[in-house]
Design a protein around this ligand. Structure first.
Ligand SMILES: NC(=O)c1ccc[n+]([C@@H]2O[C@H](COP(=O)([O-])OP(=O)(O)OC[C@H]3O[C@@H](n4cnc5c(N)ncnc54)[C@H](O)[C@@H]3O)[C@@H](O)[C@H]2O)c1
Length: 282
């Protein structure tokens, strides 16, 4: 019960990583303000929880919604101890030579500005609360290209830098700020970002689940709870000496090129050795 008596705000709590985290925080004693634009999904989160989950409609692209969320959580409970700035979606999928300003801005507002103002409007309610901290959702897409569309990757890299800068700014209040970088986690984000027709959704989700099992050195698919456990650690007293950093939770997908860990994917030296071996045999 690491969060007994604490107030925790989780955005994007109607699905995936946010839902798993809201449920895990509540199971460890927190009063959780679960926020999202998907109100039906929020109710499902609350009913799957065996702890206290208060649902709140909040569109994180609207700063006034974020402020109202933080003000409400504090007014009803006396203050805020932790915020998990997590809501997100795939954003604009165009490459840099095709993207338009509207798509760029929409993606930045959803994935980066939302985190900045999730911090901005919560801080007044966190000052003086022992152990207060933020966790922000970045991504392995922040480490380089190939994991996501361009605007998403840039926004998630921005979240990493924002995390460091905010940790410095908020040291004066002894508020910690950290990020989590999920790898390929089996959630609704992929089908939701593509506006998948309903009749194809089950098939697409099956394909995503199968792919997620083989995408990284750890030989199983990444699950929302894998990220939730890291988030709870970063928000807890056990991480009391951890601030301004990021925890990659990706089953090893970023450790190196596929041939470095997959015996079925020959690298350059394997291919050359094969040439040598077959030359000797001839
Ligand atoms: N699933 C992955 O592989 C993966 C990898 C790296 C990072 N992430 C990040 O993890 C976070 C959670 O994603 P997920 O995989 O759980 O996806 P998900 O689609 O299951 O959940 C995302 C939630 O965010 C909500 N949301 C979207 N726009 C919103 C808005 N404007 N205001 C409030 N809520 C909004 C959605 O309604 C949904 O409930 C996102 O920031 C995502 O970018 C996911």
């Amino acid at each position: 019960m690491r969060f007994n008596g604490k107030t925790v705000v989780v955005t994007g709590a109607a699905s995936g990583i946010g839902r798993a985290s809201a449920i895990a925080f509540a199971a460890e004693g927190a009063t959780v303000y679960a926020a999202d634009i998907d109100e039906a999904g929020l109710l499902a989160t609350a009913s799957a929880s065996n702890g206290k989950v208060v649902t709140a409609r909040c569109d994180v692209t609207r700063c006034e919604d974020i402020k109202a969320l933080m003000d409400r959580a504090a007014a009803e409970t006396g203050g805020i101890d932790s915020v998990f700035n997590n809501a997100g979606a795939g954003g604009d999928r165009a490459p840099i030579d095709e993207i338009e300003p509207e798509g760029w801005d929409r993606t930045m507002d959803l994935l980066l500005r939302s985190v900045a103002f999730g911090i901005r409007y919560a801080v007044p309610h966190m000052i003086g609360r022992k152990g207060a901290s933020f966790v922000n959702t970045s991504s392995v897409a922040a480490v380089g290209p190939g994991y996501s569309p361009t605007a998403y990757a840039v926004a998630k890299a921005g979240v990493l830098h924002l995390t460091k800068v905010a940790a410095a700014d908020l040291a004066k209040h002894q508020i910690r700020v950290n990020a989590v970088q999920p790898g390929f986690i089996n959630t609704n984000i992929f089908t939701a970002s593509l506006d998948m027709p309903a009749e194809l959704e089950a098939q697409a989700k099956g394909a995503i689940a199968a792919m997620s099992q083989q995408a990284q050195p750890v030989a199983r698919g990444g699950q929302p709870d894998d990220i939730a456990q890291a988030v709870l650690f970063l928000a807890s007293e056990a991480a009391g000496f951890v601030t301004g950093t990021s925890l990659i939770v990706d089953g090893g997908i970023t450790i190196g090129p596929r041939h470095s860990w997959d015996p079925n994917m020959p690298g350059l030296f394997d291919a050359l050795q094969q040439m040598v071996d077959s030359g000797k045999a001839a």
